[in-house]
Design a protein around this ligand. Structure first.
Ligand code: HEC
Ligand code: HEC
Ligand code: HEC
Ligand code: HEC
Ligand code: HEC
Length: 400
């Protein structure tokens, strides 16, 4: 690992590593330059989070639990499966496209140790700024700083760290969103359909809180042995994958305020989107499902909205996107030419969903489930891993 980075450092000089305007940097292994004798030859070239541990242990441990540390195809089988399928169907330039956000530390050698780090410390901290103009994305948007210089959310005096140089606070981090938008902004497929638009949804939501206020929660304890602050923002980047791995609702429980009221022979369910974007958001294959069960006075179940085929039985209770190819056949977003359905909760939306229930229904249970890999996607990717099981939220009970 060290060698790859030394060679890269040598090839590119001590700065602007990967600030490549969309073009992949020269291949690490094609360089024959000798290792530099400068500070960039130290272990702290930013490539290996292990080297940060002695001083920033809490943050390193949190990052290891996050999906960012698993963004490489060797660590995320869902991404790995789609990457392989797209490469097979769309050609060998696919891995280079994905690398811009999934293995940004080495976009030339996809199997290198640096690539395997996924979205690592240096991706977000060895930075001088972030440039989103002209639709720049991934590494092309990240203005990488000199090796061995890390900037964070605080103004840090020169010489404060014996291990690396620092600098003034980075606005792209402290505003809680600009850095995130480099990769989470908006993606379009070959047909120009927006397939992932968390960034534009966030703007539409009118949400004043940045991404970090929900996804980097403030936790007790300093960020490591060198910090004197009593709290820090968690680098677990809580999201639905973390929830799925921990088998707890986690942040997903905060996504939707769910309530309901009986009105004659109807039950009116209300869903208020409290996430800072659409629900679900991000990768276009996600699906949420609202299950409604009603019971009579004796506690016998008298109604259930879906049993085995939600899209046929109660499509309004399915919150997802639907894509088709030119012939109108269902297709994965990456290969689609048309968006035929978007029933996700819009940013900031409160939706009322009337459900016809039998007159003798006295009590109802509303249960929201989030599928990271719903059955059709699992089938298309031949994926059978734990994310095929939904994240199930605690039921909301309504009585007449
Ligand atoms: C502009 C940045 C960017 C590029 C380029 C990119 N991705 Fe992603 N990808 C993301 C982000 C951000 C997420 C996380 C969104 C989410 O969790 O919903 C993600 C998530 C995914 C997921 C979901 C993984 C999971 O565990 O649920 C898949 C699959 C995926 N990407 C495939 C690809 C493939 C294949 C390519 C290359 C053709 C690619 N991506 C290119 C930013 C990018
Ligand atoms: C996806 C981007 C991202 C990654 C990856 C990342 N960080 Fe951060 N980091 C941030 C942001 C954003 C903040 C500022 C949060 C805030 O306080 O608003 C931050 C804050 C910090 C801080 C200041 C903590 C404090 O005491 O307030 C340190 C130290 C730090 N990061 C180190 C690391 C290390 C070490 C790694 C790798 C293990 C890492 N970061 C990975 C985005 C990232
Ligand atoms: C020998 C100890 C040491 C090591 C090792 C070390 N750092 Fe630091 N780092 C410091 C000190 C000291 C500060 C200043 C802390 C402060 O004022 O809160 C600092 C500050 C930072 C900041 C700015 C944090 C902020 O609050 O703005 C970032 C980002 C950072 N380090 C990243 C890293 C990364 C990434 C690594 C590993 C590649 C690393 N550091 C390794 C000692 C270290
Ligand atoms: C260099 C690109 C990049 C940057 C910058 C970045 N992310 Fe990500 N993020 C990703 C990718 C890629 C994934 C998905 C990885 C996968 O599924 O393989 C992801 C996943 C996530 C997830 C899903 C976690 C889960 O458990 O489901 C959250 C939340 C997230 N990022 C928040 C943030 C926030 C907040 C910021 C800004 C501080 C940020 N990201 C900056 C690339 C990035
Ligand atoms: C008000 C809180 C809030 C804000 C602000 C917010 N989010 Fe989220 N985010 C959530 C909740 C709750 C979820 C879980 C529900 C879901 O998965 O859609 C979530 C889910 C996600 C996911 C996981 C998608 C998936 O299926 O893997 C990503 C990625 C993400 N957010 C990125 C961002 C980014 C980037 C921003 C800023 C542009 C942001 N979020 C702003 C609350 C927030």
């Amino acid at each position: 690992m060290k060698q790859t980075n030394l060679l890269l450092a040598a090839a590119l000089g001590s700065h602007l590593l990967f600030a490549c305007g969309g073009e992949p940097p020269p291949s690490a292994t094609s360089s024959s330059a000798p290792a530099p004798a400068s500070a960039s030859a130290s272990l702290l070239d930013g490539s290996d989070p292990k080297t940060c541990e002695p001083c920033h242990a809490a943050v390193v441990a949190e990052w290891r639990e996050s999906l960012h540390s698993r963004a490489h195809h060797s660590a995320d089988p869902i991404y790995g499966a789609l990457r392989a399928l797209r490469t097979e169907k769309q050609g060998p330039e696919i891995p280079g496209k994905c690398a811009r956000c999934h293995n940004p530390r080495d976009v030339a050698q996809h199997e290198s140790d640096a690539a395997k780090l996924g979205v690592s410390c240096a991706t977000c901290h060895q930075l001088e700024g972030v440039h989103l103009e002209d639709g720049k994305k991934g590494v092309a948007a990240l203005d990488a700083g000199p090796i061995g210089r890390f900037r964070g959310p605080h103004d840090i005096a020169d010489g404060a760290s014996p291990a690396h140089s620092t600098g003034p606070a980075l606005a792209a981090l402290t505003d809680g969103k600009t850095l995130c938008l480099a990769c989470h902004g908006e993606e379009k497929n070959a047909a120009g359909l927006a397939t992932c638009s968390t960034g534009t949804e966030h703007v539409a939501s009118g949400e004043t809180k940045g991404c970090t206020s929900c996804h980097m929660d403030e936790v007790q304890g300093p960020s490591g042995s060198v910090s004197t602050r009593p709290t820090h923002r968690s680098h677990r980047f809580r999201g639905p994958h973390l929830a799925s791995r921990e088998q707890q609702p986690g942040i997903v429980a905060e996504a939707v305020a769910l309530s309901g009221a009986f009105d004659k022979d109807r039950l009116v369910v209300k869903l208020a989107n409290r996430s800072g974007h659409a629900f679900p958001t991000g990768f276009p294959g996600r699906m949420a499902l609202l299950e409604v069960r009603a019971f009579d006075a004796a506690g016998k179940q008298v109604y259930v909205n879906v049993t085995s085929e939600p899209m046929k039985e109660h499509p309004q209770a399915v919150f997802n996107m639907g894509f088709t190819d030119a012939e109108g056949k269902p297709a994965l977003a990456a290969f689609a030419t048309q968006l035929v359905r978007d029933n996700r909760l819009k940013p900031g939306e409160t939706r009322e969903l009337p459900v016809e229930v039998p007159k003798d229904a006295k009590k109802a249970e509303l249960r929201l489930k989030l599928f990271l890999v719903p059955p059709p996607l699992a089938k298309a990717l031949s994926y059978t891993g734990p994310e095929t099981a939904p994240i199930v939220l605690a039921p909301v009970v309504v009585t007449r």
